[in-house]
Design a protein around this ligand. Structure first.
Ligand SMILES: NC(=O)c1ccc[n+]([C@@H]2O[C@H](COP(=O)([O-])OP(=O)(O)OC[C@H]3O[C@@H](n4cnc5c(N)ncnc54)[C@H](OP(=O)(O)O)[C@@H]3O)[C@@H](O)[C@H]2O)c1
Length: 245
């Protein structure tokens, strides 16, 4: 089966591409460097010809509120139009758990991306994932206040990128759900505690301060803002196992 992975060179994209190729599928790994650009539209028509499934794993180069919204809206529109023209049978996209329950600009852009998919008429599955363990360092960087890292004690359940990619590949090969699937890591604990454990284990001397008012990329974090409220598929790799690798 021909599968196009847009964002196929990224953290999740490169792992999903290799899982699908190992499964014997014909996989196009699309990114601007390979001449496939979801913002300009370059290369989309050629990439999608004969494709049955398209997986959108793109990410915005800028996380600034307006830039990220513009990225996911433009990219989503261009991809879905090219898929409709090519007769693609399943659109898979990676979104975020709690994206519709926060006031954060990045999450608003993901909601806009989801809405485009839901109204496109193309059979789809949206995978909402919790934060990647691999992303915790960047979360700490964005939460710096002077020399300390301020993090909310709201619950956190990060998932390893390898587990995310495995779920993406599995969903892409299954029939479209025309709905949302949630995935999360195997362990749930206060956000500040997980970030502190992560930084200590990687030898990062920054101190983590528990702060119920600390925001996550500009959004408030209540007790359950970032964790699945209902059933979710759980990854296998916990924080300690990820850190030992
Ligand atoms: N980080 C988290 O904790 C988290 C949690 C849940 C969901 N997500 C979602 O997961 C998705 C994937 O994230 P990631 O960390 O794997 O992203 P990433 O490593 O930043 O990779 C982004 C990919 O998008 C490509 N790309 C950028 N602009 C493009 C364009 N105009 N046309 C085509 N491709 C373009 C990049 O290509 P180049 O390599 O050429 O730049 C790269 O392959 C994102 O949509 C994100 O919202 C993230």
């Amino acid at each position: 089966m021909k599968i196009v992975v847009i964002g196929g060179t990224g953290l999740i994209g490169s792992k999903a591409v290799s899982i699908l190729r190992q499964g014997g599928h014909e996989v196009v790994a699309g990114s601007p460097t390979s001449g496939i650009n979801s913002i300009t539209g370059e290369g989309l028509k050629e990439a999608m010809a004969g494709a049955r499934v398209v997986i959108d794993l793109t990410n915005s180069p800028s996380f600034e509120d307006r830039a990220v919204l513009e990225f996911f809206e433009t990219s989503g529109r261009n991809l879905l139009a090219a898929e409709a023209a090519a007769g693609v049978r399943h659109h898979v996209a990676l979104s975020i758990v709690g994206t519709d329950r926060s006031d954060n600009g990045y999450f608003r852009a993901k909601v806009a991306q989801e809405k485009l998919i839901e109204s496109s008429g193309i059979p789809y599955t949206i995978i909402r994932s919790t934060q990647f363990i691999d992303f915790i360092g960047r979360i700490a960087d964005s939460s710096m206040d002077g020399r300390t890292v301020r993090i909310s004690p709201g619950l956190f359940q990060p998932i390893a990128a390898d587990d995310v990619a495995a779920n993406v590949a599995e969903v892409a090969l299954a029939p479209p759900r025309n709905g949302i699937v949630e995935i999360a890591g195997p362990e749930r604990a206060p956000f500040n505690e997980i970030v502190a454990r992560y930084l200590k284990a990687v030898g990062d001397p920054r101190e983590v301060v528990r702060d119920p008012e600390a925001r996550y990329f500009g959004g408030r974090v209540e007790e359950r803002s970032l964790v699945p409220l209902g059933e979710a598929r759980l990854g296998r790799i916990g924080l300690d196992q990820w850190l030992r690798r």
